[in-house]
Design a protein around this ligand. Structure first.
Ligand code: SAJ
Length: 417
């Protein structure tokens, strides 16, 4: 099976690196995105997202002529759909981007083409995608009606890469390949073998969908355990970090780290796709989500208590609250879906004092945060702070020798306590 031309639909955090890696293996790649600005940026050999080294790979792919972006789908031998799958207000998955992408590529499909859904999806989404494609192209046959003999092959192959390490993990991670038929899986394996050095393990589409949701739910449940422990330990006056370190010395215990909440675009979203399908049975998964989602409110309460304590006992009025770290996790500059941003915004609304923030990974604050606080350097933040609120365990914070005399410290990551 040879795939001369590969089309990637959705040029975001997963689609663009995937397109670039195929192109770096000298495949002709057509990237498709509805965002004209993103398309123009990529065609200039630049990138619109933040991911280490991606700029170089995209620049090389575009200048060597292997990668080209467009807003209108064109014929290809394989199509990878990597569009967002957010949830709606009630935590129900929103498949509208997959539906639009399917309807957009349907007119250019031809016999022998492979369509892969890469977006993290609720169980059954690949079958829905197949149905949308079939409805649009009655002249072609699909696996749901014609099995292995179908004109079009369809599979779900979820991405599992860690933001910040995408280019390495795309190549090295094992890949779960869930074809709608054996032949679909074989085609998908052949495609991924272009660059995947990990194993390509074959299963069916529903299991592949559930596998991705399970991986992120597993992590979410384990982080919730750590977060719950941190709240319990605070009540019992026990240092949770010491506790976890001790417990983890047991050969079969491996507790994760508590924090200000769970951010990012995956772990806080994907477990809901299981809950919404099986609400009566996904009790633990749902509780874990709620435990993690309630952690920012707990942190805010701690700050409120600290402010009233200082006002009452020291008569201080103009307190400065310094928030250390805004990114959704350490050593990255990605502020999207960050619990720290949520905490900072809510603190400023409560008018508890002057809010300043320290985020060494960004040069300036995004527009929506400028009204709430000022971005200062690590040293200036440490000098100005009455209340030190540590929200992200960036390496630069860990490495800093800090003198916190006279300050109230709320350390959600346990590095300065
Ligand atoms: N976090 C904690 N305590 C921990 C570990 C993480 O509070 O011990 C927090 C982080 O600070 C962050 C959030 O959890 O706010 C998520 O961070 P993460 O590093 O656990 O995960 P993501 O969202 O960057 O990437 C995850 C990965 N999934 C798993 O590790 C199972 C990645 O492999 C997936 O590809 C990605 O989701 C995705 O796209 O689904």
């Amino acid at each position: 099976m040879s795939f001369e031309t590969i089309s990637v639909i959705g040029l975001g955090y997963i689609g663009l690196p995937t397109a670039a890696v195929f192109a770096s293996r000298k495949k002709k790649v057509i990237g498709v995105d509805v965002n004209q600005k993103a398309v123009d940026t990529i065609n200039r050999g630049e990138i619109h997202i933040v991911e280490p080294d991606l700029d170089m790979v995209v620049h090389a792919a575009v200048t060597e002529g292997y990668l080209r972006a467009t807003t209108a789908p064109e014929a290809a031998d394989a199509f990878l759909i990597a569009v967002p799958t957010p949830f709606k207000g009630d935590h129900e998955p929103d498949l509208s981007y997959i539906e639009s992408a399917s309807k957009a590529i349907a007119p250019v499909l031809k016999t022998g083409d492979l369509v892969i859904l890469e977006s993290t999806s609720p169980v059954g989404a690949t079958e829905k995608m197949a149905a949308w494609l079939a409805a649009a192209r009655s002249d072609l046959t699909f696996p749901q009606s014609h099995g292995s003999e179908s004109d079009i092959r369809i599979a779900h192959c979820p991405e599992r890469v860690l933001p910040g390490h995408v280019l390495r993990e795309l190549v090295q991670n094992d890949r779960v390949i869930g074809g709608m038929t054996q032949r679909c899986s074989e085609a998908a394996v052949a495609l991924y073998k272009t660059f995947v050095e990990g194993e390509c393990i074959v299963t069916n589409a529903r299991t592949a969908e559930m596998c991705k949701l399970t991986e992120n739910s597993f992590r979410d449940v384990n982080i919730a355990f750590a977060n719950e422990l941190s709240v319990i330990c605070d009540k019992l006056n026990i240092n949770v970090w010491e506790l976890i370190e001790l417990a983890n010395r047991h050969p079969r215990v491996n507790i994760l780290q508590p924090g200000p909440g769970v951010g990012g675009h995956c772990i806080a979203v994907d477990p809901w796709f299981i809950v919404s399908e099986t609400p009566e049975h996904a009790r633990l998964i749902k509780t874990a989500r709620n435990v993690n989602d309630s952690k920012p409110a707990w942190v805010i309460e701690k700050v409120e208590q600290a402010v009233s304590f200082r006002k009452k006992n020291f008569g201080e009025q103009d307190l400065t609250i310094a928030c250390f770290g805004l990114a959704f996790k350490p050593n990255i500059d990605d502020l999207r879906e960050s619990p720290s941003v949520d905490i900072l915004t809510q603190l400023s609304r409560r008018k508890l004092g002057k809010i300043i923030c320290i985020e060494p990974h960004i040069a300036s604050l995004p527009e929506n945060l400028r009204a709430h606080c000022e971005l200062v350097s690590l040293d200036d933040g440490l000098i100005a702070a009455d209340i030190v609120l540590l929200l992200v365990d960036h390496s630069v914070f860990r490495a800093k020798e800090v003198d916190l005399t006279g300050k109230t410290v709320i350390d959600t990551k346990g590095i300065w306590v």
